[in-house]
Ligand binder design. Sequence first.
Ligand code: 1JT
Length: 253
Amino acid sequence: MLENKVGMIFGVANQRSIAWACAQACAEKGAKLAFTYQGERLKGNVEKLTKDMDGAVVVPCDVTNQAEVDAAFEIVGKKFGKLDFLIHSIAFAPKEALEGEFMMTSRAAFLTALEISAFSLTQLALAATPLMKNGGSIVTMSYYGAEKVVQNYNVMGVAKSALESSVRYLAEDLGKQNIRVNAISAGPINTLSARGVKNMGAMLHHIADKSPLRRNVEAREVGNTALFLVSDLASAITGETIYVDCGFNIIGI
Ligand code: 1JT
């Protein structure tokens, strides 16, 4: 399904990462992939995970460093000569911002969360599109807290709102180049990022109890949806936020 397509995956930290599940789904269908990692401490993880993947490229890319972003796309351009899809699975907020009252969010935490979790999509879209000569697909990860108040999600909810809105504006900008931009709103998954979250266990139980499918989402299922969105099967879908949450978001009381 993705034979002859080249993709770039942002946000692999370890084997539980949503980005890694997306990469595996795409690689299984024949995509050639480039992976970025944030900081030297994650380099070894990404190299180990991808060592048996045919033709995988691993490059550093901290989105707060524009020179690193430019260099990452230059390497991919030189190696593959084009780009067909990009999967953005990057977010960050200081730990203290993800508990207590939203109102207590510091200026620094607010700016960091929005820079890394929302602005980075626009930044990467601008760098990626010159390589997307035959059209393309960009996919990012969101969460329900963008839309409804979820206790403790706080400034990440505001960042995800900005991210989902960015998806719509980018979809309009890039549609004329046949580049699609979509978000997946995933249910909570026990990844490295989710680890530090207070009451994550209780939240997972709540969803297993209340969602129509009576269970939690697996990273693999988010990966399969990303595969669909980057494939030609989704050729008329752009600017959307697609829920992959076992139906949790449709439930009222
Ligand atoms: C970040 C973190 C982004 C955790 C994230 C995230 N997007 C979803 N999660 C899981 C989550 C977190 C909270 C939550 C529900 C789900 C941590 C590091 C920064 C980026 O609240 C109920 C807090």
